[in-house]
Design a binder for this molecule. Structure first.
Ligand code: AKG
Ligand code: FE2
Length: 358
């Protein structure tokens, strides 16, 4: 109930259909009218530059953890955060089995009958439940996706009641995955802390919360090029670690006004800088805008792990030099995330709210 109050205080929600069920309807049910709410007239507004996919920065976590190669790899990480706001992590040390287990269970979960999945839904728009996992306002076109989100940390605070009983191993798989990702997040955060010369404990349990969202993007046979799985947005987090569950592409990142598709790499974790890290670095690290496109035949699944500061804390810009102009205000994490959720997904608009008035 608490979450219901929270969501309704900050936003308008509208009832949404389960997209997986909609996508499974027969062709004559999927009329232009039925799909109208999903159709994006502006999808082709900016170029998609396939040829730049190979340029995405890659960070080797093993080298980052080795004192001998640390400096060189940290310089790459800094470059990636400043110039791209996005990088791939290889040699991340997450055991293959942990990744395979969570991938398998998420695929199984989304295959369950709608009635079963709905048992875990709070209500449309609720971040904690199964369904369209974020809040939309009435004039927004809907995303072609279903989501299941859970606050995965700290372990003891995880909500047992809402935990899906199927597949049987789902809970353990997610807990293992979440613990492993916490380690990866810790290594990244420690490196960023060292580069910025700030508190290395940034990602300790005391300071950080991890939220995990599982995203399911059904195929759209009739008009795949006209719908979006995820509207262009930036994440409100410090940073987000994304795992692509199957090898169906769809994620695109925004760079110099165009979209660059990310090629799924089975062993990579994808990391993007979020708004709170952009604020903390006074804009030197870029919270990258991204979106998800849809395939005509194949479903896509992904897992986003958001690494956030504690909701009752504040984030202040740390300047890189004494001559640097302050661009961002100190923000309350709780207020920022609330504000971010209350706005329809619209690129990086929420960040404007945190900018110092010029
Ligand atoms: O599914 C993806 O590739 C992206 C998901 C995403 O952007 C998010 O969960 O914030
Ligand atoms: Fe995102």
């Amino acid at each position: 109930m608490a979450s219901e109050r929270r969501i309704s205080q900050v936003a308008t929600t509208i009832p949404v259909r389960n997209v997986q069920a909609l996508a499974a309807c027969s062709a004559d049910e999927l009329t232009a009218e039925a799909l109208d709410r999903y159709i994006r007239p502006d999808i082709d507004q900016d170029a998609v530059l396939e040829e730049h996919s190979d340029e995405l920065p890659v960070i080797d976590l093993g080298r980052l953890l080795n004192p001998e190669s640390w400096e060189e790899e940290a310089a790459k990480l800094r470059f990636a955060c400043e110039e791209w706001g996005f990088f791939q992590v290889l040699n991340h040390g997450v055991p293959e089995e942990v990744v395979l287990n969570i991938k398998r269970d998420i695929q199984e979960f989304f295959k369950l009958p709608l009635e079963v999945k709905n048992l875990y839904a709070q209500r449309p728009g609720d971040l904690q439940g199964y369904g369209q996992a974020y809040v939309v306002s009435n004039d927004q076109k809907l995303d072609w996706a279903d989501m299941f989100a859970i606050i995965a940390q700290p372990r003891e605070a995880r909500d047992m009641k809402r935990w899906p009983a199927q597949p049987l191993t789902f809970r353990k798989s997610l807990e293992d995955y979440s613990d492993e990702l916490k380690k990866v997040a810790g290594s990244i955060a420690t490196t960023i802390g060292k580069i910025l010369n700030i508190e290395p404990e940034l990602m300790d349990d005391k300071y950080a919360v991890q939220a995990v969202r599982m995203n399911y993007y059904p195929p759209c046979a009739s008009m795949p090029k006209k719908v979006l799985g995820f509207s262009p947005h930036s994440d409100g987090s410090f940073f987000t670690i994304l795992t692509e569950v199957n090898s169906v592409k769809g994620l695109q990142i925004r760079r110099h006004g165009a979209w660059i598709p990310v090629k799924p790499h089975p062993n990579a974790l994808l990391v993007n800088v979020g708004d709170l890290l952009e604020i903390m670095t006074n804009g030197r690290y870029k919270s990258i805008e991204h979106r998800v496109t849809i395939n005509a035949q194949m479903e896509r699944l992904s897992i986003s792990a958001f690494h956030n500061p504690k909701f009752d804390g504040v984030v202040s810009p740390v300047l890189g030099s004494t001559t640097e102009k302050v661009l961002y205000k100190t923000v309350s994490v709780g207020d920022y995330i609330k504000y971010q959720l209350s706005n329809k997904l619209d690129g990086k608009k929420a960040l404007d709210h945190a900018k110092v008035d010029m």
